[in-house]
Design a protein around this ligand. Structure first.
Ligand code: P61
Length: 458
C-alpha cells in the first residue's frame, strides 16, 4: 500500500515564528506555566485544541463571500439547515455561536436542582453548563475506557448496565435526558460503537427518556465504526452518521470540530415544545433563529464543511495521521492512551512521570516540558481540569486518568510537522526523571484550567 497523503494542496500559508529555548523559559514563567496564557505567536506547533483551528477549503472561503447577511430568513441559514437536517434527520435546527451555547440553552431549559444527566463522559463545558443550573452530571464510561494501556475498539462506549442502575437509583422522572459524546473527548477521543448507541437507545425507550448526542466529532466516530464494526465496512460514512443520529432525539454540536470551521454550533431536536423554548431562549442570548449568534457567512462555511468532513479520503488521512504520531511514540516506548484517538494523541502522564502524584499535576509538568523543549503547546486533561476537593474533608479527589492531550488541528499540519512533534515528545520522555510536580498559585472557581497559575515544586 502506498503512503496515504494529505488529500489537499496548500493555497495559503501562515508563517511559524521560531523561539529559542531561553525565550521559552521566560515565556513559561510569565504565563504561570499555563499554556492558555501563552501568546500564539510564541508557539511553534499548536496542539492546544482541534476546536476552531481547522484550515478551511477554497469552497468554504468562497461560501464566506457568498454569505447572506440578512437579519431574518437568510439563504445561508436555509443551506445550513438543510445540510444539518440531511445528516441528523432532526426536524428543528437551531444555530448557535458554538457548542457550549447550545449546551447552555438546552440545560437552562431541562436542568435545575434535583436533575441528573448521565453521559459516557461529559466534556468540561457540558458538565459546567449542567452544574451551573444546580443539576448534576454523571460519567458512566465503560470500564475498559478507564484504562489507557488497554487496546479496544470502542473505549468511548457507555456502560449500559450502569446506566440502567443509575436510572433506577435517581428515578427516570429526574433525568431529563441521556447523552452520548461522540467521540469521547475526555476519555481519549475514543469512539462509541453503533451497537452501544442502539443499546443505550433501548434503555432510554424502556424508561421513556430522550437520548441526545454531543456530536462534535460525529464524522470521526462514524469512520471508526466503518473501520472497526462488523456490518459497516461497505456503508458510506454519511450513511453511518445518519444511522447514529437516527437513534437520538437530538444533538448538541460544536461546529468548530467536525464542521471544519473556526466558529459555530447548533442544537438539533425533534421535540417541538423543546425547540420552541430553545428558540425563545436563543433570541435572548444568541440572536434571531436564522443566525443564532453567527454571521450568514459562517453558516455557509458550516454547510460546506459538513459536506467535506464526510469525504472518505479526508477521514482516512485524518485518522491515519493521528495514528502515525501515536505509532511513532509507541515505537519509542512513550506511554500513550491506546489505541490512538480520532482527533488527538493523549500521553498517559501516570506512566510517563510515575513519581509525580496527581495532586502535583503530572500532566501540567509534561505540558510545560513540551513547550520548553520544542515550543509545542498541549493541554492537560487530568487533575487540573477535572480534579476536585472534597468540601467536607478537604481531600483532593483526582479523576481516573491523568492525560496530556495533543489535539491535531484539521488540515493544518503536514507529516514533517508531525515528525518534529514526535522528536520533541521523545526527547522530553528521555529526560522524564528531571520533571517536577507543580502547585497552583491562583485558580478561578469554575473551569480553572483556563486561567490557573502554577509554580514548580522544588
Ligand atoms: C476541545 F480546554 N472542546 O476539545 P465549544 N463537547 C465536546 C467538546 O470537545 C467541546 C464542547 C462540547 C474543546 C474546546 C475547549 O475547557 C475547554 O464550541 C465533546 O468549544 O463551546 C469543546 O464546544 C464545547 C477546550 C472547550 C477546553 C473547553 O478543545
Amino acid at each position: 500500500m502506498k503512503t496515504i497523503i494529505e488529500p489537499f494542496k496548500i493555497k495559503s500559508v501562515e508563517p511559524i515564528n521560531f523561539t529559542t529555548r531561553e525565550e521559552r523559559e521566560n515565556i513559561l514563567i510569565e504565563a504561570g506555566y499555563n499554556p492558555f496564557m501563552i501568546k500564539s505567536e510564541d508557539i511553534i506547533i499548536d496542539l492546544l485544541t482541534d476546536s476552531g483551528t481547522s484550515a478551511m477549503s477554497a469552497k468554504q472561503w468562497a461560501g464566506i463571500m457568498d454569505g447572506d447577511e440578512s437579519y431574518a430568513g437568510s439563504k445561508s441559514f436555509f443551506r445550513f439547515e438543510s445540510k444539518v437536517k440531511e445528516i441528523t434527520g432532526k426536524k428543528f435546527i437551531i444555530p448557535t455561536h458554538q457548542g457550549r451555547a447550545a449546551e447552555k440553552i438546552l440545560f437552562s431549559i431541562l436542568g435545575g436542582p434535583g436533575k441528573y444527566f448521565p453521559n459516557n463522559s461529559h466534556f468540561d463545558t457540558t458538565r459546567a453548563n449542567i452544574e451551573f443550573t444546580g443539576a448534576e452530571a454523571y460519567d458512566l464510561l465503560t470500564e475498559v475506557g478507564k484504562h489507557p494501556e488497554i487496546r479496544a475498539d470502542f473505549k468511548g462506549n457507555m456502560d449500559v448496565e450502569a446506566l440502567e442502575k443509575f436510572i433506577k437509583e435517581k428515578g427516570s422522572e429526574n433525568i431529563p435526558l441521556v447523552m452520548l459524546t461522540v467521540t469521547n473527548n475526555s476519555g481519549g477521543g475514543q469512539p462509541v460503537s453503533m451497537q452501544n448507541i442502539k443499546e443505550v437507545r433501548k434503555v432510554c425507550d424502556k424508561y421513556g427518556l430522550p437520548l441526545f448526542l454531543d456530536a462534535c466529532r460525529f464524522a470521526e466516530n462514524a469512520y471508526f465504526i466503518k473501520l472497526r464494526e462488523k456490518g459497516y465496512e461497505n456503508k458510506s460514512v454519511k450513511e453511518i452518521a445518519q444511522e447514529m443520529f437516527s437513534y437520538a432525539d437530538g444533538a448538541t454540536m460544536s461546529a468548530k470540530k467536525d464542521a471544519l470551521v473556526n466558529i459555530g454550533g447548533f442544537l438539533a431536536m425533534n421535540d417541538e415544545t423543546l425547540a420552541m423554548n430553545a428558540r425563545n431562549l436563543l433570541i435572548v442570548t444568541e440572536g434571531f433563529p436564522t443566525y443564532g449568534g453567527l454571521a450568514g457567512r459562517d453558516l455557509e462555511a458550516i454547510a460546506q464543511g459538513l459536506e467535506e468532513v464526510l469525504q472518505e479520503s479526508y477521514l482516512q488521512y485524518r485518522i491515519k495521521s493521528t495514528e502515525y504520531l501515536g505509532n511513532k511514540l509507541l515505537d519509542a516506548g512513550v506511554p500513550i492512551l491506546e489505541p490512538p484517538g480520532g482527533h488527538a494523541i493523549y500521553l498517559d502522564a501516570k506512566r510517563f512521570t510515575p513519581d509525580i502524584p496527581p495532586h502535583q499535576f503530572p500532566g501540567q509538568s509534561i505540558v510545560a516540558a513540551l513547550y520548553l523543549e520544542g515550543g509545542v503547546r498541549s493541554v492537560e486533561i487530568g487533575s487540573v481540569m477535572f480534579g476536585k476537593t472534597d468540601k467536607a474533608t478537604g481531600e483532593f479527589i483526582p479523576p481516573p486518568m491523568e492525560l496530556v492531550r495533543l489535539a491535531i488541528p484539521r488540515r493544518v499540519y503536514t507529516q514533517s510537522h508531525i515528525d518534529y512533534l514526535a522528536e520533541v515528545i521523545i526527547e522530553v520522555y528521555k529526560k522524564r526523571d528531571k520533571l517536577k510536580g507543580f502547585e497552583i498559585v491562583y485558580e478561578a472557581p469554575m473551569l480553572r484550567h483556563f486561567t490557573a497559575k502554577f509554580k514548580p515544586i522544588d
